[in-house]
Write a new protein. Structure first.
Length: 425
């Protein structure tokens, strides 16, 4: 980019920063946020503070270190403004839940523990964060993050003190963090059109129930061993002898796994659906939608608790949802499964489109990590994690806005080539 283009981009960024970081109280802190965002977007392999400061004419490593690791500015209002600004611009088809891991050495980085690390595909020393993204096939942006605090941190007062973990923050399951995030976003006036998630969340009956309780529609992946009853199965109770308690209604036939139920309909029951245009042409496969009733101990207990709370007693009927199954051409059996509480009669093509829209999350993480250095931060404290994550989210939101602008060169956008808009600053 020539000097004119750089100056024009910087002016646009300055307006973005003035809006998004308006909650940051001090002018010099807002100036540092502008500088930091430029550092993230300037070409360069490493996005650590030292490396970015060396590339910027106005980069001051000590000032940026203090701004990210010691400064007391609150990242939550910044993320709130990003979310409120970006949701109308994107017009999301869904919100996607996911988690991302950051491999770490040692034990003193906040929330680090030996746990499953998706980045490495195995158990390893890492941090994990839950994220919620607004997504369409054309654009996406993270709306909020929650750092997962493993249980071992609850009783480790020394590490909590050194990493400045706030009082009242403790271990909470990832699916609960996701539901907490939806509640927080609702408090910001933002409600998802529908939620999509992988099987790590969709498999959990409590997570699905939590979404339904909040009136949130979902299309979530599940494993092949999830047990269900056909939608027309009816619970029955044996005749009462007159002695003891009346028998409770229950399903007399054993449930089947979604894989067995779907395969039992045969390949001919699956119809071809095209859900989007990929880089190599239309993306299509064969799908089947069935109405089912999720079984299992936890599903039954949740249904009973909900019915008892509302009506005083339970008739044994399990809630009905849609099972979506995929049987790709050439596969010997169905391969992928989703459950959805969207209304009966929702077109299969719409269910498929929503089930497959999670590809945008991988797009986000690729840009956040490889383009903007999401996993390059070196702070160990609570603030030293939340500040850089917020700044990277802001940089990603700015780039997304530029790609959505009418004159944006989307064919050669920063997301499709691993470079960034600023060549020099």
């Amino acid at each position: 980019m020539d000097a004119h283009e750089v100056n024009r981009a910087r002016a646009t960024l300055a307006l973005f920063v003035a809006d998004v970081f308006s909650s940051v109280p001090r002018k010099d802190q807002r100036a540092k946020s502008d500088c930091y965002l430029r550092g993230l977007m300037v070409d360069g392999r490493r996005k650590s503070i030292q490396a970015m400061a060396a590339r910027l004419l106005d980069g001051n490593e000590q000032n940026l270190q203090q701004f990210v690791n010691q400064s007391t500015w609150d990242p939550v209002p910044v993320r709130r403004r990003i979310a409120q600004r970006m949701v109308p611009r994107i017009g999301p088809d869904a919100w996607a839940v996911d988690d991302v891991s950051f491999p770490k050495d040692g034990k003193m980085s906040v929330a680090v523990a030996h746990q499953y690390c998706g980045a490495l595909g195995k158990q390893a020393n890492c941090q994990v964060a839950v994220s919620v993204h607004a997504v369409t096939d054309a654009a996406s942006v993270p709306l909020q993050w929650r750092l997962f605090l493993p249980g071992e941190w609850d009783g480790d007062a020394d590490r909590r003190r050194r990493c400045q973990v706030p009082d009242g923050v403790g271990h909470r399951e990832k699916w609960r963090l996701a539901l907490d995030t939806f509640d927080e976003l609702a408090g910001w006036g933002l409600v998802p059109p529908v939620v999509v998630a992988d099987a790590g969340y969709g498999q959990n009956a409590d997570f699905r129930d939590g979404l339904s309780e909040r009136g949130i529609g979902y299309v979530v992946a599940v494993r092949s061993d999830v047990s269900v009853h056909p939608h027309d199965a009816q619970p029955t109770a044996p005749a009462w002898s007159g002695n003891g308690r009346r028998p409770r209604p229950r399903y007399r036939d054993k449930p089947s796994s979604v894989s067995v139920l779907a395969a039992g309909h045969g390949r001919q029951a699956f119809t071809e659906v095209t859900w989007r245009e990929g880089s190599r042409g239309p993306m299509h496969s064969r799908f089947l939608a069935l109405r089912v009733r999720p079984a299992g101990v936890r599903s039954r207990r949740l249904a009973q608790a909900a019915a008892t709370a509302q009506e005083g007693l339970w008739d044994g009927v399990l809630p009905e949802v849609t099972l979506l199954a995929e049987w790709p051409e050439g596969a010997e059996a169905p391969t992928d499964y989703w459950l959805s509480n969207l209304p009966d009669g929702t077109p299969v093509a719409e269910l498929v489109r929503l089930a497959k829209i999670r590809w945008r999350i991988e797009h986000d993480y690729r840009e956040l990590k490889h383009g903007l250095g999401l996993d390059h931060f070196e702070g160990r404290s609570w603030a030293g994690w939340h500040h850089p994550v917020t700044l990277v989210t802001a940089a990603h939101a700015f780039l997304t806005e530029q790609r959505l602008a009418p004159k944006a060169d989307t064919a050669d956008s920063p997301s499709t080539r691993s470079s960034t808009p600023f060549r020099t600053c």
